[in-house]
Design a protein around this ligand. Structure first.
Ligand SMILES: [Zn+2]
Length: 387
């Protein structure tokens, strides 16, 4: 098959675009758009990168197969542990994410229906009184839907986090968000001289933090920053985590910019607590995914994905916590965007939307990029997001 490539048109391109839009990699446009434009190419590249395929921005046989697996929606087919060729697909990933949120140990949400996923499904089935065959058909899907995000088992330390979120309901009003602008004081973070100017990570992330503070406060959220614009000393990460704990924060967001010797390194990445052996903060991971997807969808920054890290900041905080590296200050392309206040507003809007989505029940969640943050207050006031 000849690869489908930039410039091509036709129903196959429409199909590719539909799958990519469903994966949050492409901002929705007209449903029948059939041109393989630059946005499509970028989305194809991001998709290839996320699936470990060779990244060429074209849809050949291999990428087509991966896209085909990606288009399965949870509930559209029965899932089971197939040997030797396991089932893969976006529906498997959704199932794994749902099980993780409910506290079942499926390892990482890798979209592969392996032994561990099958075991987690069997455990779920046993606990809700279904035959524990480890496959996910209509009955199991019904039980999953019925229970929503109710916790029925699994890892207690992370369940507490999710429990607190559920008990507090979906509205933002009255929550406490601690925003942590990285560095500060004697530590400027990444520094890039620019003519007579000198851009520092510490200053730019503080500006982002104050904009975010304003937007969240306008939605009725209590906001606390971990530092002012020019503190004397730089508070270590342990101190920042302790501060967030002592304030009883519901959500903790740390803001940083990245830097690299190679000016071509660019893009946004989000980190949540987790270790290599599959221990993860399910709510932290969910928040990280939402923040990452909203920022990518709303800003066009390159998607460097979410990652689990056991850093003090993420390990010691007792609430869902993420660290966002909002682009590379050392990349001329990212820097040109970051120094533009309108761009920083878009980043802030994306983070507000992500925090909002954190409190939507999973069943009512909305597509990435679709929350109009300016109307957030009205929505909250009207009670339309109340469960
Ligand atoms: Zn930093």
């Amino acid at each position: 098959m000849r690869p489908i490539r930039p410039g091509d048109r036709g129903p196959a391109v429409t199909e590719i675009r539909t799958v990519l839009t469903g994966l949050d990699l492409l901002v929705p446009t007209a449903p029948d758009a059939d041109e393989f434009d630059t946005h499509t190419e970028r989305a194809v590249r991001a998709f290839q990168q996320s699936r470990g395929l060779s990244v060429d921005g074209r849809v050949g046989a291999e990428t087509w197969r991966a896209l085909d697996a990606a288009r399965w929606r949870l509930g559209a087919r029965t899932l089971y542990h197939a040997v030797p060729e396991p089932l893969t697909g976006e529906d498997v990933r959704s199932l794994q994410e749902r099980l993780l949120e409910m506290g079942y140990d499926v390892g990482r949400a890798d979209a592969i229906y392996g032994v561990r996923t099958s075991r987690a499904v069997a455990q779920f089935q046993r606990e809700v009184g279904l035959t524990p065959d480890g496959s996910c058909g209509p009955h199991t899907m019904n039980a999953l839907r019925r229970l929503g995000r109710k916790v029925v088992g699994g890892r207690p330390q992370w369940l507490r986090e999710s429990d607190a979120i559920r008990q507090s309901g979906p509205a933002l009003v009255g929550r406490t968000v601690v925003i942590d602008p990285g560095h500060g004081g004697t530590d400027p973070g990444v520094v890039v001289p620019d003519g007579s100017l000198r851009w520092t990570e510490a200053d730019l992330v503080h500006d982002l933090a104050s904009r975010l503070e304003g937007r969240l406060a306008a939605s009725g959220v209590r906001v606390q920053l971990t530092r002012g614009p020019a503190p004397e000393d730089c508070l270590p990460d342990v101190g920042r985590a302790e501060l967030a704990n002592s304030l009883g924060a519901d959500v903790f967001i740390s803001l940083h910019l990245d830097g690299h010797a190679n000016p071509e390194a660019e893009g946004v990445a989000t980190y949540h607590y987790g270790t290599d052996n599959g221990v993860t903060s399910a709510t932290g991971e969910r928040l990280a995914g939402l923040v990452q997807r909203e920022i990518v969808a709303r800003t066009g920054l390159r998607d460097c994905r979410t990652h689990a890290k056991a850093w003090d900041l993420l390990r010691l905080t007792r609430m869902p916590a993420v660290r966002v590296e909002v682009g590379y200050l050392t990349s001329p392309a990212d820097r040109a965007r970051l120094v533009d206040p309108r761009f920083r507003d878009r980043v802030v809007e994306a983070i507000v939307a992500a925090v909002q989505r954190m409190y939507f029940p999973v069943e009512r969640d909305v597509p990435t990029g679709s929350i109009d943050v300016s109307e957030l207050r009205a929505v909250v006031a009207a009670g339309t997001v109340v469960d």
